[in-house]
Design a protein. Structure first.
Length: 837
C-alpha cells in the first residue's frame, strides 16, 4: 500500500515511469501489442495530473481557510493551446519525465505532439486570458477563470487552391485528460418566459418564470503556477438538457420532438463564434453570454454564502473582471440575484454590484461594439431588460447635472440607443455597472477617454485607467525557446522566470562577442526546427538560411497584411528590374499565418491574394533564390510557439490608432526578433523601452491619421510615387490572378474606390524604405543585428503578464497573494478522499 500511494506523488523518474505504466495498463488497458500514441499521451497526462491533484486541493483549502478575496476572470475565450509540456515545466519535472520516458523508448516531444490545442478563442483577447491565468497562479493570487467549454473550438484552417476552407475542430473527440468533470457543480439557467409581480411585505417582488431551461455543468482544468505552489482553476461550463426526455412529449408519442429539444438545449456550448473584433447580433451568441454569466455568478454567490456573512461584505471577497463586453450581462444578473433572490434593496444591491465589477475594453473599432436589439433581449431575458431600464433611468438622472440642457450628450451615454429597433449598448452598460474601465495600452486607454467615451470620462473622471497587456515569459520564452532560455539563465541566473524585470541584466551581453555568437547559433537552430515543423505540419519547404520575416495574427484589414503584400510586390519588381532596393539583399522568406472570420470576404481575399502572390514568386526562377513567400495554414498557439523563436523581423504594421495593444509584438520581442511597426498599441511602449533606434518604426501617427481623415485620397498617394504606381498596376492588371479574372474586385474596391479606410498608401513608401533599412542591417555586419535583438530582449521586462496582473491586483481588484505551502506528498490524502463522511 505504501508504495502504491507514493507512486502518484513521487517526483523521481522511477515513480513517474511506474505510474505511466500503471496508467497505460489500468486507465488505457494497453499492452505492448495493443497500444497507441494517443494512449501513451493520455497515460502521460494522467501521470502528470496525479502530481497536481494534491496541491490543487491544498490550494483551495488554504484559500478557504484564509478567507481570501478571489478574482473571477469572466471571459468568453481562453486560447490555452497545449497543456502537457507547460504543466511539466511548471511542476519542475521536465528532467525526470524525460528520463522516465527515455527508459521506455519514448521522447516527451512525440507524446506531447498528440495533444490537440485547446483553441477556445480567436486571437489576442483569448490568449491574454490564458496568459493572465498563468500569471495569477504563479503570483499565488486566488483566482478562477470562468468560460464556456465549447465542444468545437476555433475552426481548423485548410488552404485549398489558395482559399481558406474551415473545418470543425473536434478537440474533445479522444477525451481530455486535463479536465475534471464536476457533475455535482451544476446550475439551472432559464431563458424566455415572463416576469410576475408579487406584492408582498410592502414591496413589489419580481419572479421570473422562464420558458426554457438548460443546466450548466462544470468542467475544471488545473492552472499550475510556476513551482507548483498555487494551483488555480479554469472552470468551463457545458450545457446539458435538464432531462433526458421531455416525458410529456414522450408519453404523447412524440419521441423525436423530445430528443430534439434536448439537442437544442445542448447546442448552447457547441461552438465558439469565430469572429475577432467583429460583432454579430446572433441570438445563440446572446444565450451563450447569459448562460456562462449565470452559471459563473451562481457559483460565486454560492461560495460567498458558505461564509454566512452579510451581503455588504460580498465585495471584500470577490472581484469580477469582464474581459470585454461579452460577459457584461453580469451587471444585471448580479442585480437580479441580489434583488429578486436575496431580497436586497436597489441601492445596496447596486453598491455591491458596482464595487465588484471591472471592465476591460479591447478595441476602438465601431464594428466590434456589442449592441443587442431590445426586442431580442426582451424576449430572451425579460427580467434583465427591466433591470437594465431601471439602471439606465437612475444613471441618466444622475448624469443630467453634468450635461444641463444637452440632451444629445445624454443620448450618447444612454445604455439604450434610440434606433429602430432600439439597441442596448453593452459597453455603456459595462461602464455604468463597473468601478473601473481599463484599456490595454497607453495610447488605447487615452483614446478611450478622449475619443470613444469622452462623456463618460466627464461623469466618471476617476474610473478610466490603463493596464498595458503582457505575456507570460514562462510559455513564450522558457517553454517555447528552451535553448535561448537556458542561455539567458546561464548569463543572468534564472530569477527572470518569476521576476521578469531581471531580464534587463542581459543588456551588457549585447557587447559580449561569445554571447552574440551563441545567440546567432540558437536563432539558426530555431529556424531549422521551425522549418521541420512546417514541413510536417503543412508540407511547406522553407530554407533556414534565409531571413525570416513573419506576420502572424488574425487576418484583418486594420492589421494590414495587404500592406506587407504590397511591399513584397515592390521587392519582387525591384529584383526583376535589377534595382537598387534589393542589390545586396540577404535571401528572405516572408511568412504569413492567420485565420479570417468565415464571413469576412475581404480578409479571405487577402489570404487568397497572399497565396497567389506566393505562387507567382516562388515559381519565378529570376527571383526565387532571393525571395520566398509562404502562407502557413492553421495558425494557432502551437504554431506560434515554433515560429516566433525563429523570427528575425516581426511585422506589427496596423494603422495607427486601430490595434488596441497587440501581444504578438511582445512574444517576438522577448525571443530576439526586431520589430518593424507603426506607432500603434503597445508598439509605442516597446519603442519607449528598447529605444526607437532599436526598432524599425515608420508611418503616420494616430494624430496624423486623424488629421488625414477628411482629405485622404489613395490615388493621389499612388500617382506621386512611380514605383508604387507600377506595383499597383501589376496588381490591377491581374498578374497575380491570370486564370481567375475579377476575384480580387472587392479588395480593389475597398483599397481604391472606397477610400482605403486603413491608409495603406499613405504609409507604403515609408514602410518600403524602412523595410529596406532592416534588410540592409541584416545583410550587413551580423553582430549589428544581433546586438539590437539582445537589447530588445533585455528591454522586454515591462511586457510580462506578471507585471500586468500585479497592476490589476493592486489598482482594480485589491487582492493579495495567498501563499500555499507545498507538500511533496501527503499519504493521508487518499484515505481522506475515500472515507464516507
Ligand atoms: C498572441 C497570439 C495572437 C495575438 O497576436 P496579435 O499579433 O497581438 O494580434 C493571436 N493568435 C495566437 C495564436 C497568439 O498566440
Amino acid at each position: 500500500m505504501q508504495n502504491e500511494l507514493r507512486t502518484r506523488f513521487g517526483h523521481t523518474a522511477e515513480s513517474i515511469a511506474q505510474d505511466f505504466a500503471e496508467h497505460l495498463k489500468y486507465s488505457e488497458d494497453a499492452d505492448v501489442y495493443h497500444t497507441t500514441q494517443e494512449g501513451r499521451y493520455t497515460a502521460l497526462a494522467l501521470t502528470i495530473r496525479d502530481r497536481i491533484i494534491h496541491q490543487w486541493d491544498k490550494s483551495r483549502k488554504t484559500q478557504r481557510a484564509n478567507n481570501v478575496k478571489r478574482v473571477y476572470y469572466l471571459s468568453l475565450e481562453f486560447l490555452m493551446g497545449r497543456a502537457t509540456s507547460n504543466n511539466i515545466i511548471n511542476l519542475g519535472l521536465e528532467k525526470q519525465v524525460r528520463e522516465a520516458l527515455a527508459g521506455l523508448g519514448y521522447t516527451l516531444e512525440e507524446l506531447a505532439d498528440v495533444e490537440p490545442d485547446a483553441g477556445l478563442g480567436n486571437g489576442g483577447l483569448g490568449r491574454l486570458a490564458a496568459c493572465f491565468l498563468d500569471s495569477m497562479a504563479t503570483l499565488e493570487i486566488p483566482a478562477y477563470g470562468y468560460g464556456i467549454r465549447y465542444n468545437y473550438g476555433i475552426f481548423r484552417q485548410k488552404i485549398n487552391n489558395g482559399w481558406q476552407v474551415e473545418q470543425p475542430d473536434n478537440w474533445l473527440r479522444d477525451g481530455n485528460p486535463w479536465e475534471i468533470h464536476r457533475p455535482d457543480v451544476v446550475y439551472p439557467v432559464q431563458f424566455g418566459g415572463e416576469v410576475q409581480v408579487i406584492h408582498e411585505n410592502g414591496r413589489d417582488n419580481f419572479k421570473w418564470v422562464g420558458s426554457e431551461l438548460v443546466n450548466g455543468v462544470a468542467y475544471d482544468t488545473p492552472i499550475i503556477g510556476y513551482g507548483c505552489k498555487t494551483v488555480n482553476t479554469l472552470r468551463l461550463w457545458s450545457a446539458k438538457s435538464p432531462e433526458e426526455f421531455n416525458f410529456h412529449e414522450f408519453n404523447d408519442g412524440d419521441y423525436t420532438e423530445s430528443v430534439r429539444s434536448k439537442i437544442n438545449a445542448e447546442t448552447l456550448s457547441q461552438v465558439l463564434y469565430p469572429n475577432d473584433t467583429l460583432y454579430m447580433g446572433k441570438e445563440l451568441r446572446l444565450k451563450q453570454q447569459y448562460f456562462f454569466v449565470a452559471c459563473s455568478l451562481a457559483d460565486i454567490v454560492r461560495r460567498f454564502k458558505r461564509q454566512n456573512l452579510s451581503w455588504q461584505h460580498f465585495p471584500d471577497f470577490a472581484a469580477i473582471q469582464l474581459n470585454d463586453t461579452h460577459p457584461s450581462l453580469a451587471v444585471p444578473e448580479m442585480m437580479r440575484i441580489l434583488l429578486d433572490q436575496e431580497n436586497i434593496g436597489w441601492d445596496e444591491a447596486w453598491d455591491i454590484t458596482h464595487q465588484m465589477m471591472g471592465y476591460t475594453n479591447h478595441t476602438l473599432m465601431p464594428e466590434a461594439l456589442e449592441k443587442w436589439s431590445l426586442p431580442m433581449m426582451q424576449k430572451i431575458l425579460p427580467r434583465h431588460m427591466q433591470i437594465i431600464f431601471e439602471i439606465n433611468h437612475r444613471f441618466l438622472q444622475s448624469a443630467v447635472s453634468f450635461f444641463p440642457l444637452q440632451p444629445e450628450m445624454l443620448g450618447k451615454v444612454s445604455i439604450i440607443e434610440e434606433a429602430n429597433p432600439k439597441q442596448i449598448r453593452m459597453a455603456n452598460l459595462a461602464i455604468v455597472g463597473s468601478h473601473s474601465t481599463n484599456g490595454v495600452a497607453e495610447l488605447h486607454s487615452e483614446l478611450l477617454k478622449t475619443s470613444m467615451f469622452p462623456q463618460f470620462n466627464i461623469i466618471y473622471p476617476n474610473q478610466f485607467n490603463n493596464k498595458t497587456n503582457g505575456i507570460t515569459q514562462r510559455r513564450w520564452l522558457l517553454d517555447a525557446n528552451p535553448a535561448l532560455a537556458a542561455k539567458i539563465s546561464e548569463a543572468i541566473g534564472d530569477g527572470w522566470i518569476t521576476d521578469y524585470s531581471q531580464i534587463s541584466r542581459l543588456a551588457p551581453f549585447a557587447k559580449d562577442s561569445a554571447f552574440l555568437e551563441d545567440f546567432a547559433k540558437i536563432k539558426r537552430q530555431c529556424k531549422i526546427e521551425a522549418a521541420s515543423f512546417l514541413k510536417k505540419d503543412s508540407g511547406l519547404y522553407i530554407n533556414p538560411d534565409t531571413m525570416f520575416d513573419v506576420q502572424v495574427k488574425r487576418i484583418h484589414e486594420y492589421k494590414r497584411q495587404f500592406l506587407n503584400a504590397l511591399n513584397i510586390i515592390l521587392i519582387y519588381t525591384d529584383i526583376k528590374n535589377g534595382g537598387e532596393a534589393t542589390k545586396n539583399m540577404a535571401p528572405m522568406t516572408f511568412l504569413f499565418g492567420g485565420k479570417a472570420a468565415p464571413g469576412y470576404v475581404n480578409a479571405k481575399l487577402i489570404i487568397k491574394f497572399i497565396n497567389n502572390l506566393a505562387k507567382v514568386i516562388n515559381a519565378d526562377t529570376q527571383v526565387n533564390k532571393l525571395l520566398s513567400v509562404q502562407f502557413m495554414p492553421n495558425y494557432r498557439v502551437t504554431m506560434a510557439e515554433k515560429i516566433i523563436p525563429a523570427t528575425n523581423l516581426s511585422e506589427q504594421i496596423s494603422t495607427a490608432g486601430t490595434e488596441a495593444s497587440g501581444t504578438g509584438n511582445m512574444k517576438f520581442m522577448c525571443n530576439g526578433a526586431l520589430t518593424i511597426g507603426t506607432m500603434d498599441g503597445a508598439n509605442i511602449e516597446i519603442a519607449q523601452e528598447a529605444g526607437k533606434e532599436n526598432l524599425f518604426i515608420f508611418g503616420h501617427t494616430e494624430e496624423e491619421i486623424s488629421g488625414l481623415k477628411n482629405t485622404y485620397n489613395p490615388y493621389a498617394w499612388i500617382m506621386k510615387d512611380p514605383e508604387i504606381k507600377k506595383a499597383v498596376d501589376l496588381f490591377l492588371s491581374g498578374y497575380f490572378n491570370v486564370n481567375e479574372p475579377g476575384i480580387f474586385d472587392p479588395l480593389r474596391k475597398s483599397l481604391f474606390d472606397n477610400g482605403d479606410k486603413y491608409f495603406h498608401f499613405a504609409d507604403l513608401r515609408m514602410y518600403a524604405d524602412t523595410h529596406k533599412r532592416a534588410r540592409d542591417l541584416y545583410a550587413g555586419e551580423k553582430d549589428d543585428w544581433n546586438r539590437k535583438a539582445i537589447l530588445n530582449i533585455a528591454a522586454s521586462g515591462k511586457f510580462s503578464s506578471d507585471r500586468t496582473i500585479s497592476e490589476y491586483a493592486n489598482d482594480i481588484w485589491h487582492v493579495k497573494p495567498c501563499p500555499v505551502q507545498k507538500d511533496l506528498e501527503n499519504e493521508n490524502a487518499l484515505a481522506d478522499a475515500a472515507k464516507r463522511k
